[in-house]
Design a protein around this ligand. Structure first.
Ligand SMILES: [Zn+2]
Length: 64
């Protein structure tokens, strides 16, 4: 399973241990902290969790 880093776009290769995971992973390319949630080997949610709030780029914008 892969998760694209929201900060640098690097594809993080997560092990099978992350098939059911809700927590944080650190991008080893740029060091950004990502909050991720996965179920059944699928990434359900990814968000920057950390140290660079000014660089935050939410994936989903409200459409109201
Ligand atoms: Zn990164």
């Amino acid at each position: 399973m892969k998760v694209n880093c929201l900060s640098c776009g690097h594809a993080l290769d997560l092990r099978d241990a992350y098939d059911e995971y809700d927590g944080q992973v650190k991008c080893f390319a740029c060091g950004a902290l990502l909050a991720i949630r996965t179920r059944d080997g699928q990434v359900k949610w990814v968000e920057l969790a950390g140290s660079h709030p000014s660089e935050s780029r939410p994936e989903f914008q409200p459409t109201s």
